[in-house]
Design a protein. Sequence first.
Length: 157
Amino acid sequence: MVAQLMGKKAPAFRVQDDTDTTVTLASLKGEWVVLFFYPKDMTSGCTVEACEFRDALPRFTKLKAKVFGVSPDSVKSHQKFRAKEGLTYPLLSDPEHTMLESYGVWVEKSMYGRKYMGVERTTVIIDPAGTVAEVFTKVKPAGHAEEVTAWLRAHAG
């Protein structure tokens, strides 16, 4: 469960971003990191959330926080999504669900009585020491980027 990560060392990860560059947690040490986990590129809720983070990016930059969107979609899908929506931060690809599972966001879901595995929309904030400082679960896409910005302003800025 993702909430159990609070106050603990963030799980290490090594994934590709939308430019096919390897991104690791170790490479981000010393910085505030915002990981917003979302189910699928180019779907309505995910697009709202991604665009709000895009629009709020100057505020995150001012707070010295790096933003990353994370989903199980491929690098190629991320490239299309980023180009279509003008996203200005990296999208991390985790098709094997390794990172998603280590953060506890790859969960059993249910829709119309059908059970399946998918991403529970969640945001994790990691402090410069590599500790999970905050977890937002069951995120509502609209207004979430501002909620994360306010948290960072209160704790990091």
